[in-house]
Design a protein around this ligand. Structure first.
Ligand SMILES: *[C@@H]1O[C@H](CO)[C@@H](O)[C@H](O)[C@H]1NC(C)=O
Ligand SMILES: *[C@@H]1O[C@H](CO)[C@@H](O)[C@H](O)[C@H]1NC(C)=O
Ligand SMILES: *[C@@H]1O[C@H](CO)[C@@H](O)[C@H](O)[C@H]1NC(C)=O
Ligand SMILES: *[C@@H]1O[C@H](CO)[C@@H](O)[C@H](O)[C@H]1NC(C)=O
Ligand SMILES: *[C@@H]1O[C@H](CO)[C@@H](O)[C@H](O)[C@H]1NC(C)=O
Length: 371
């Protein structure tokens, strides 16, 4: 890889400086230029569907992560929306071995320039303990990659996905201050907050309002500027099978004890489903179920139903009503922006036309900042 570096760099500089190289998928070749945009508020969405992207609201989003569709790239650039790549194959060797890291960075820069992309998103989520050399190594990798990418395109955006809070969530004791300094933004994954349950083994909300707020406050208290934080919220929820003998009308749903990262119970006792799946479920007249209620404390939607497996299940999800006050936290704390995992969760070709209004409301709830 090393000997190709000068050629890759030269091609990349040509591409960025306006001399269009072969392979631009857009009819208007100028749309293959990476966007040259200064700082702005972010509405950051992940998505990878090759079909659903045509429904993405390019007037709401500012950055789309991970979607590789070439036509999307052209349409996104036309609408001043960045498209950023997923950083792939990040592992301990890339952290610790200089030659492997240099080759990884070369390959990543080439992937970004060859695909006319606007930046890179890191989604490393493995545990790192407080005494591990990997804490510093991850920061150094993000720094080195950011420098190499910005040499080609100073407007490129580098983002790092981080846990809902900075303190040992899932064993991720990263150097969050260092990562924030190395990157343009941290995407706070304010979901999966029941990945480690230390209290009673019960089903509960994916993103309680108070937990999302606490995570934001903890990142700010570390000294990370609000202007580097994007609050990411879920367009998916959890379906938990309750233990046998749970009644349909029971408020609490005890779940199997599935340990995770030192905690006796976790959301691994349940399964994640897209927002649209739960819409279909609670509209289904042949499923015995309770009405959907909003939990006032957790600011989340929930209902029980009797599954085909004969067990009562409890569902926890978010909709426009529960997400709106959570997205508003980004305004309240003057964060860089809002975001979502993931955009594709809204789309379902088999959904009735009557669902379109709710889909629009989901977008509106996230759009607390103007494009
Ligand atoms: C990109 O999206 C368009 C529209 O959905 C689709 O027709 C096309 O097949 C996609 N490209 C790939 C490589 O899947
Ligand atoms: C780590 O990733 C590098 C490149 O991304 C790859 O060459 C190597 O085989 C990987 N090593 C392990 C142990 O997965
Ligand atoms: C921390 O992680 C390192 C690997 O990076 C490991 O060698 C070490 O034993 C761990 N320390 C503790 C206290 O778990
Ligand atoms: C559950 O409660 C509803 C009213 O809230 C009632 O109509 C129904 O009979 C109850 N079902 C059971 C199994 O107790
Ligand atoms: C409604 O639920 C029944 C029973 O689980 C299932 O067989 C059917 O496919 C569901 N219908 C829809 C539209 O999801």
């Amino acid at each position: 890889m090393g000997q190709w570096r000068p050629i890759v760099l030269a091609l990349a500089v040509l591409a960025w400086s306006g001399v269009v190289v072969a392979g631009c998928p857009c009819e208007d070749a100028s749309l293959c230029q990476p966007l040259k945009l200064g700082p702005r508020k972010e509405v950051f969405g992940f998505g990878s569907s090759q079909a659903a992207w045509t429904e993405y609201r390019l007037d709401v989003l500012t950055t789309i992560a991970w979607n590789t569709n070439k036509t999307l790239l052209c349409e996104a650039h036309r609408a001043n929306v960045r498209v950023v790549a997923k950083a792939i194959n990040v592992n301990e060797t890339v952290f610790s071995d200089a030659a492997t890291q240099a080759a990884w960075i070369d390959a990543t820069v080439a992937m970004i320039t060859e695909n006319y992309l606007d930046g890179l998103n890191f989604d490393y989520e493995s545990p790192i303990n407080l005494s591990s050399p990997q804490r510093a190594q991850y920061v150094a990798l993000v720094n080195n990659a950011a420098r190499a990418i910005k040499k080609i395109n100073p407007f490129a955006q580098i983002s790092v996905d981080v846990a809902w809070g900075p303190y040992d969530v899932d064993g991720r004791n990263y150097d969050y201050v260092g990562l924030a300094a190395a990157a343009d933004l941290l995407f706070i994954m304010a979901y999966d907050t029941r990945s480690q349950i230390y209290g009673p083994c019960l089903a509960s909300a994916n993103t309680p309002l108070g937990t999302a707020e606490r995570g934001v406050q903890e990142y700010l208290a570390l000294g990370i500027p609000a202007s580097k934080l994007v609050l990411g919220l879920p367009w998916y929820g959890y379906d938990y099978p309750c233990v046998p003998n749970t009644q349909l009308n029971d408020t609490y749903c005890p779940i199997a004890a599935v340990p995770f990262q030192g905690a006796p119970c976790s959301d691994a006792a349940g399964r994640e489903y897209d927002w649209t799946v739960f819409q279909r479920l609670f509209r289904n007249a042949s499923v015995e179920q309770t009405t959907v209620r909003q939990d006032a404390l957790l600011v989340s939607k929930t209902f029980n139903y009797v599954s085909d497996d004969g067990l009562v299940h409890q569902v926890w999800f978010d909709d426009q009503a529960t997400l709106a006050p959570k997205f508003q936290l980004a305004r309240q704390y003057d964060l860089l922006g809002t975001g979502v995992w993931n955009i594709d969760c809204l789309y379902d070709p088999s959904a009735p036309a009557s669902q379109a209004g709710q889909v629009a409301a989901m977008w509106e709830a996230m759009a607390v900042f103007q494009h």
